[in-house]
Write a protein that binds this ligand. Sequence first.
Ligand SMILES: [Zn+2]
Length: 58
Amino acid sequence: MLTVIDGWLVCPRCRRNKRLLRINPDTTARHLEVYCRTCKSRIIVDIERGQSFESQSP
Ligand SMILES: [Zn+2]
């Protein structure tokens, strides 16, 4: 499970970017690609009602 602080997803790669993506309690998404400009990596996330997971499928 990914870290969300004050409604913002923290980048799981560098953990320095604390505003990777806005997560609302009712946010739901599948295979959403987010790009971290701090460490220049792409992360695919699944969000289930505000709970964020890194997608394991390629
Ligand atoms: Zn990052």
